[in-house]
Unconditional design. Structure first.
Length: 221
């Protein structure tokens, strides 16, 4: 008997490389999920082409056509709810979400951010990491809260920062890690291993004191 698959809606704003990693993980049977729809707030981005190539419903909801942020988010909620997702995946979705939107999908929305949160919230994380002279850098999967790049932390991939790194070289190496750990974390939800209760993350019924680490291609709890 086949286990029920996790229903996903993926939100994007650009090229959709993390979307592609999720599509590939599903195709390889490493992620037991179905993407019901991909929604972009920007028209004609490559991520929509990736969705179409995979025969996934690709939807544009152009934020510039709405009077304000609240109006856009309200319409986006309605569009997402049509597809009845178990989990909403932010994959390079470059929008600050309203409190109402976050509350509507509380405990059902994941984001990936290119830093070892809580360090370097916001933009330009790789250059800021270089400027700060950090020894390690990485990427974080977390549940979404009202705080920008906040919310309970789930999983972090950690890499060593080299003295000759540029923002571009760091970004390239971080992207490789993103494409590993995002499908991994989503699969934990699909297997009912991962949940968030009262802003606390539980993996296999055990409360995490901090995010699980992915270092040198292995998990460290």
């Amino acid at each position: 008997m086949n286990k029920p698959r996790l229903n996903l809606v993926v939100l994007i704003s650009g090229s959709g490389t993390n979307l592609q990693a999720i599509i590939d993980a599903i195709a390889a049977n490493k992620l037991h999920a179905t993407i019901q729809a991909v929604i972009s707030n920007r028209p004609d981005v490559k991520g929509l082409q990736r969705a179409q190539a995979a025969n996934i419903n690709a939807i544009t909801l152009d934020h510039t056509q709405f009077e304000n942020r609240a109006a856009f988010d309200q319409q986006l909620i309605q569009e997402i709810d049509l597809h009845q997702p178990d989990l909403v995946i932010l994959a390079g979705f470059m929008r600050i979400l309203t409190d109402e939107f976050v509350a509507h999908f509380n405990g059902r929305m994941l984001n990936i951010h290119p830093s070892l949160l809580p360090k370097f919230k916001g933009l330009n994380t790789h250059q800021r990491a270089i400027d700060a002279g950090v020894k390690q850098h990485g990427v974080t999967v977390h549940y979404v809260s009202n705080e920008l790049d906040g919310g309970p932390l789930v999983l972090q991939a950690v890499i060593d920062a080299n003295t000759n790194d540029t923002a571009e070289s760091l970004q390239q190496r971080i992207h490789q890690q993103e494409h590993i750990i995002y499908p991994m974390a989503i699969e934990w939800v699909a297997q009912k291993r991962l949940e968030v209760i009262d802003q606390q993350v539980y993996l296999d019924k055990q409360r995490l004191e901090g995010p699980v680490k992915w270092i040198n291609n292995q998990l460290v709890n």
